[in-house]
Design a protein around this ligand. Structure first.
Ligand code: DWN
Length: 402
């Protein structure tokens, strides 16, 4: 295969078999759903990790179930993110902001008081409609050069373009970056936040691999993609959100901007992680978690105890389907997202119930499929009066927390 960023050849790192698209929840247990291969590849030329097979975006986003959850973890991340942008003057009271993949507009709601104007763009019809009903002007479309052109004609150039956890969702970063190039003001900035390949590999996060995530960006691969589109990486910051994320800050290359030390500092560490041997370790961690988690679940069930999963996450669906766990071993999946409740997880066919039901009839163990909210979910569970359920945390190493 070839790298979708630099066109050099890639090699296979990990094959997770065939699974349904991770956010295609089933309305009925009888619903049939197609499986597609989930194979991760690496390009040693630009250090890009990508999916071998990309699904048509229309299939993935027409009716989308990921609604940004209400979460303290996310609220504090939004504050950290906004303070960083304001402190570095990537955002100020005169900024016109466009957020790509803005979901229901939670982040735009957060930065609204600090800037001149905000507009969201999101392809999921149900999600964009919800954002608009909440007062966040949201265009329902995929971001592309055509969409960028329309936004520019209607609202003018954007001083700041923000794209949080959506760049990996498009099979061609070049299309997205051409749109950015067109829409961004001459002295503007684009901030692209994404799960960071270094955290994914170091944390054995094999469940970050699902069809929506077509890329696992590194500083090297993003720099290359930016460079090929007349942009340049000038700054970055790292955060713990979503299992470890990186936010790339870029601007027009023709400005010959100063590249801050943060780029070189993190790049040297990244090069020690994205190596052939660490990628092999990552692939081995998949077999290890499969064996260990299956054995643990078997022991728990043999003792006559019950397990629910916590979080109807895209990640969780990769994990459950790869491990081979289903509704015979996991009784329910608890999740706070209303539109997911009453549905069934694709593949494992586990029924999703709300948090209150999970609290009223608690299991002996929760398999924490939303492990990225570990501390928040465990505190919330304890504060609600449930001191008995233990938590099985699958990553970075399988462990039980009581
Ligand atoms: O890139 C993507 C990321 C950012 O989000 C996606 N393509 C889709 C999604 O991935 P995910 O489904 O793995 O995301 P989360 O953010 O880990 O999902 C958390 C889930 O857990 C939500 O469905 C809500 C639920 N939840 C809950 O039930 N109680 C979350 C919290 C914090 C809670 O207290």
């Amino acid at each position: 295969m070839t790298c979708r960023i630099c066109n050099n050849s890639t090699y296979m790192v990990l094959d997770l078999g065939s699974t349904p698209p991770a956010n295609s929840f089933l309305s009925s247990i009888e619903d049939k759903i197609e499986n597609f291969p989930l194979v991760l590849e690496y390009c040693s030329s630009c250090s890009n990790l990508q999916l071998r097979d990309c699904l048509d975006s229309d299939k993935l986003y027409k009716n989308y179930y990921y609604v940004t959850p209400k979460s303290q973890t996310l609220d504090s991340h939004y504050s950290f993110f906004t303070n960083f942008l304001l402190a570095k003057n990537y955002l100020n009271s005169e900024s016109s902001v466009v957020e790509v993949g803005s979901n229901i507009g939670d982040f735009l709601q957060h930065i609204k008081p600090y800037v001149r104007s905000i507009i969201g763009i999101d392809p999921a019809e149900n999600i964009a409609a919800k954002a608009n009903s909440l007062g966040i002007e949201t265009i329902c479309d995929f971001f592309s050069t055509a969409a960028a052109d329309n936004i520019k004609k209607k609202y003018g150039s954007a001083d700041t373009i923000i794209a949080r956890h959506c760049f990996a969702h498009n099979a061609s970063p070049h299309d997205l970056l051409q749109g950015v190039k067109l829409l961004m003001a001459p002295d503007g900035h684009v901030i692209i936040e994404n799960a960071y390949a270094v955290n994914t590999i170091e944390g054995n996060e094999i469940d970050q691999i699902y069809h929506e995530h077509m890329f696992y960006y590194s500083i090297q691969s993003m720099s290359k993609a930016l460079e090929l589109n007349g942009l340049v990486l000038v700054d970055l910051f790292i955060s713990q959100v979503h299992g470890g994320s990186i936010s790339f800050v870029a601007t027009h290359a023709e400005n010959n901007p100063t590249v801050l030390d943060s780029v070189a500092d993190y790049l040297s560490y990244e090069k020690t992680v994205l190596t052939k041997s660490k990628l092999l370790d990552f692939a081995s961690s998949a077999s290890k978690i499969k064996i260990e988690l299956n054995a643990l679940v078997k022991n728990i069930l043999n003792e006559g105890k019950t397990i629910y999963s916590y979080g109807a996450t895209a990640k969780g669906n990769t994990l459950l389907n790869f491990i081979g766990l289903n509704n015979e071993s996991i009784t329910y999946c608890v999740d706070s997202t209303e539109i997911k409740q009453g549905k069934f997880l694709p593949g494992s066919k586990i029924k999703i119930i709300n948090e209150e039901e999970g609290l009223n009839n608690p299991p002996d163990y929760f398999l924490l499929t939303a492990w990225n909210y570990r501390d928040e979910i465990i505190s919330k569970t304890r504060e609600s009066g449930n001191y008995s359920s233990a938590f099985i945390v699958p990553f970075p190493e399988l462990k039980i927390m009581r």
